[in-house]
Ligand binder design. Structure first.
Ligand code: GDP
Ligand code: IMO
Ligand code: MG
Length: 408
């Protein structure tokens, strides 16, 4: 079975945590897009793991993990991360595989990334990890792929500086490199979990362009980066927080505003520890945007939702969520393509009653307070998509299914 997990907002929805939770029953975990711009957190067995390039299934002993064909890999960042995981007792050797079609990120890309971001018409506030440069070179057909490390004709055309950086990684990567098409074909009857990075609204095509990343963080990216045909994807899970966050620049219609919302942004940021895993930047916070979530469900064919961070709302008297936008005085239920429209969009907010009970210890849907269930039911109805998994805290154990995610 092929089960896909994507972020359904602007990233940081809890993909790392949920992939680790689902890895219990998976045999293989395939990270299919992005690079070291991602920051995925797993809290399990009293330890916290922070992953950027390594698939989140790696923390679970015995699982095989693949860095997919549509990823952009900084080899230095990858081996630093593996060394860090080793100090935390994670035995990764023999379990990590790398697609030979994946592209490489060179050190110079990072400086160019930062420089270009300051010069572009609309600075994005990138993570500075050279991601856009690597994907740009790829689209321009001037990129460097993992398989090129072992192609003497190709390799000889690199500069002395590039070769000096790459030489040590040729040998280190060699035992992990596979032709992912056949690696996946051999596992076609296994339980495969496809791990997305970033989120639906950061996808290059369906996101809030140009304020997006450069990879395919949409569900279709699992097919391209995971080297399986689209008809082979059995289920698509979209993760979302009970509220909304964004790192970097770009429109954010439901962002908390002091004049309307008081100190809600600070409160949610502190309760949810909303600081970037990769850059440490404070995340911008706002109300759950159901208009954007419904759009993400439509363009990604999301078959089930995963709700995280619902515990952050435990102490609130009331909760609000956006059910439409008012743009130039007109109400719309559609998520606009034009950035200027999104910047102008005033959220139409619906208020729900808070539950005022701690949810961190809840382990089944039946234990959820009625007020919380009302909020969940409304989300399911509005998006036309069932909530399959609920997360009530950062720990692996603070998770439960509303339905079995591993049945087709
Ligand atoms: P990812 O990029 O989607 O993997 O998410 P991040 O790891 O960047 O950010 C999610 C943060 O929220 C991490 O610090 C997680 O430990 C934490 N987290 C995940 N799920 C929950 C939840 O249900 N409740 C709370 N309070 N924290 C959560
Ligand atoms: P995970 O996988 C949140 C954002 C950056 C910036 C834009 C482009 O942890 O959810 P890039 O360096 O990719 O060119 O930056 O995308 N961004 C993320 N925001 N979570 C992420 O990943 C992100 N990866 C990139 O902040 O606005
Ligand atoms: Mg993250």
């Amino acid at each position: 079975m092929n089960l896909v997990i994507i972020g359904a907002q602007w990233g940081d929805e809890g993909k790392g945590k949920i992939v680790d939770y689902l890895a219990d029953r998976a045999e293989n975990v395939i990270r299919f897009s992005g690079g070291a711009n991602a920051g995925h957190t797993i809290v399990a067995g009293g330890r916290t793991y922070k992953l950027h390039l390594v698939p989140s299934g790696m923390v679970y002993p015995g699982k095989q993990c693949l860095l997919g064909a549509a990823m952009v890999i900084d080899p230095e960042a990858l081996f630093n991360e593996l060394a860090e995981l080793e100090t935390q007792g994670v035995d990764w050797k023999g379990r990590l595989f790398v697609s030979d079609r994946a592209h490489l990120v060179l050190p110079s890309y990072k400086a160019v990334d930062k420089e270009q971001d300051q010069k572009r018409r609309f600075p994005i506030g990138t993570t500075g990890r050279g991601i856009g440069i690597a994907y740009g070179q790829k689209a321009n057909r001037d990129g460097l792929r993992v398989c090129d490390l072992y192609d003497e004709k190709f390799y000889s055309r690199l500069t002395a500086e590039e070769k000096a950086f790459l030489d040590p990684y040729k040998e280190k990567l060699a035992p992990m490199v596979v032709n992912a098409a056949y690696w996946m074909e051999e596992r076609k009857n296994s339980m495969n979990l496809f791990e997305g990075a970033q989120g639906a609204l950061l996808d290059l095509d369906s996101g809030t362009y140009p304020f997006v990343s450069s990879g395919f963080s949409c569900a279709a990216g699992a097919s391209v980066g995971g080297c399986v045909g689209p008809k082979k994807l059995d289920k698509i899970l979209g993760i979302f927080k009970a509220y909304q966050t964004r790192v970097g620049n770009g429109p954010f219609p439901t962002e908390f505003k002091e004049e309307r919302d008081g100190d809600l942004e600070t409160l949610v940021r502190e309760l949810g520890h909303e600081y970037g895993v990769t850059t440490g930047r404070a995340r911008r916070c706002g109300y759950l945007d159901l208009t954007a979530l419904r759009y993400a469900c439509i363009v990604n064919g999301i078959t089930g939702l995963v709700l995280t961070h619902i515990d952050v709302y435990d102490g609130m008297d009331e909760i609000r969520a956006c059910v439409g936008y008012r743009i130039d005085g007109k109400e719309t239920a559609e998520f606009p393509s034009k950035i200027t429209d999104l910047e102008k969009a005033e959220p139409v907010l619906k208020t729900f009653k808070g539950w005022k009970k701690p949810l961190g210890g809840v382990r089944s849907k039946a234990e959820l307070p009625t007020e919380c269930l009302d909020y969940l039911n409304f989300i399911e109805e509005f998006t036309g998509t069932p909530i399959s998994i609920i997360s009530v805290g950062p720990d692996r154990d603070q998770t439960f299914n509303a339905e079995d995610p591993w049945t087709k």
